[in-house]
Write a protein that binds this ligand. Structure first.
Ligand code: AMP
Ligand code: MG
Length: 414
């Protein structure tokens, strides 16, 4: 008997997946291993930045009051009493028309409250003249102007990107608390599948989904356990899925979730006693995408069709893993763009079309079926067309989800 599945809207499916994501705790890593991890503690400023008043230029530190009468007709002379570069502290306490030759980053000497840039002076051996008055704190980089001591600069839950690494280093975080990485397994099911190194044979194709998902995970800073290929055989697949589910926090399978004679994942979920969150989503491609939970572990059953598999990962797996890692921004960033080509085919389900986005216009990335692989390679975004009876025309403003962005969005907008 044909099984009838009830499709649920994409937004509902996303919500169901996210409800089941649980945090998996934190660990400490060294700064050099912190890139692409998620902060599990806030970054707190242990000191002000800059930590002292300093010169932002190469020039001379002076007492501003001593320059008050300076003009083109009345150049004022300063005597150079010391010379410091960044990293040095002058022992001089300035008075009157004394000045310290000072380089960018060096702390202002005592009593100095302005910096004259080289270009603003006429120099001779031990002195220089200026032709304009300087205001108090002119050309001074003030202590704490960037960050105040004690400030929470970045909250827990944020991605550690290169700027975050710079901040951690600034405050002496040689080690930092980050969310643990979920252990993710990948199993590609299908009797037709060959490994990448195998020659083609009649009826066979190479497994592209497994390596693709490994790369999608790598893009998020996650590794994976590869469970290889499994034939469309219930007992064999069950054994591997059971073992893999026990060894991982999240197992991603591809293929075998549909209603075909050799699609065994539904039976495997049943044997495992897994709770199936949904097995039909009102989307194209990937309507058969199934998500189940067994013993608190995720079982993502993605379609074997490469475009469907790719989309299922981006829409469901990625945000769930980000939530498990404590990330605040879990969803693909959303924007709007102008459709550059007609897309006349109407569909009752929401469509996700691999597409090329140039910052203003967007167009499908090529052959557009769920079994397409080339368009995944060519695309950098997904066009999202709501389900309904109408097609879309060139010039229409459409929803776009951006792919491969370092950090996502805090909201699911569609
Ligand atoms: P299935 O989801 O098992 O019904 O497979 C749907 C289609 O995707 C079939 O044409 C499969 O041959 C193909 N397919 C399944 N698994 C993979 C894979 N790992 N890599 C590439 N294509 C696949
Ligand atoms: Mg199959």
């Amino acid at each position: 008997m044909i099984e009838h599945r009830k499709p649920i809207p994409v937004s509902e499916a996303v919500q169901k997946v996210m409800e089941h994501a649980h945090s998996i705790g934190a660990e400490t890593v060294s700064l050099e291993h912190s890139y692409n991890r998620i902060l599990a503690e806030p970054i707190v400023a242990g000191h002000a930045v800059p930590p002292f008043d300093r010169s932002p230029y190469d020039g001379f530190a002076i007492i501003s009051g001593s320059s008050r009468e300076a003009s083109g007709d009345n150049r004022i002379r300063f005597e150079i009493v010391d010379h410091i570069g960044a990293g040095k502290v002058s022992a001089e306490v300035l008075s009157g028309n004394q000045a310290v030759r000072i380089m960018t980053g060096a702390p202002l000497p005592k009593n100095a409250d302005a910096v004259v840039m080289f270009e603003q002076t006429v120099e001779s051996t031990d002195s220089f003249t200026i032709r304009k008055p300087f205001e108090k704190l002119e050309n001074v980089s003030l202590k704490g102007e960037d960050v105040q001591q004690g400030e929470v600069v970045i909250e827990s839950g944020h991605l550690i990107h290169p700027g975050t690494v710079a901040l951690l280093a600034t405050f002496g975080y040689a080690h930092v608390q980050v969310a643990k990485q979920p252990v993710v397994g990948i199993l590609s099911t299908g009797t037709e599948l060959l490994d990448v190194s195998e020659p083609l044979a009649p009826g066979k194709i190479r497994n592209s989904n497994g390596p693709m998902i490994a790369a999608q995970l790598a893009r998020m800073g996650l590794g994976c356990k590869m469970y290889g290929l499994s034939m469309d055989d219930l007992d064999q697949s069950f054994t591997i899925v059971k073992k893999a589910a026990a060894e991982t926090d999240c197992l991603i399978t591809t293929g075998g979730v549909s209603v075909g004679d050799f699609d065994f994942l539904p039976a495997i979920y049943e044997r495992l006693g897994a709770e199936v969150l949904f097995n039909k989503v009102a989307m194209r491609p990937g309507s058969v995408t199934t998500v189940a939970v067994a013993d608190g572990k995720y079982l993502f059953g993605l379609s074997g069709n490469p475009s469907a598999c790719f989309t299922g990962f981006e829409l469901f797996v990625r945000p769930a893993l980000l939530k498990m890692r404590g990330a605040e921004k879990r969803y693909l960033p959303h924007t709007k763009a102008i459709l550059a080509e007609d897309f006349t085919k109407a569909n009752p389900f929401t469509r996700f079309i691999r597409a090329v986005y140039d910052g203003e216009f967007i167009k499908p990335a090529g052959f557009n079926k769920s079994n397409a692989v080339a368009s995944i390679a060519k695309g950098n975004a997904l066009i999202v067309l709501p389900g309904g009876t109408r097609g879309f025309e060139k010039g229409d403003i459409v929803d776009v989800l951006l792919l491969g962005m370092e950090e996502g969005s805090a909201l699911w907008k569609l």
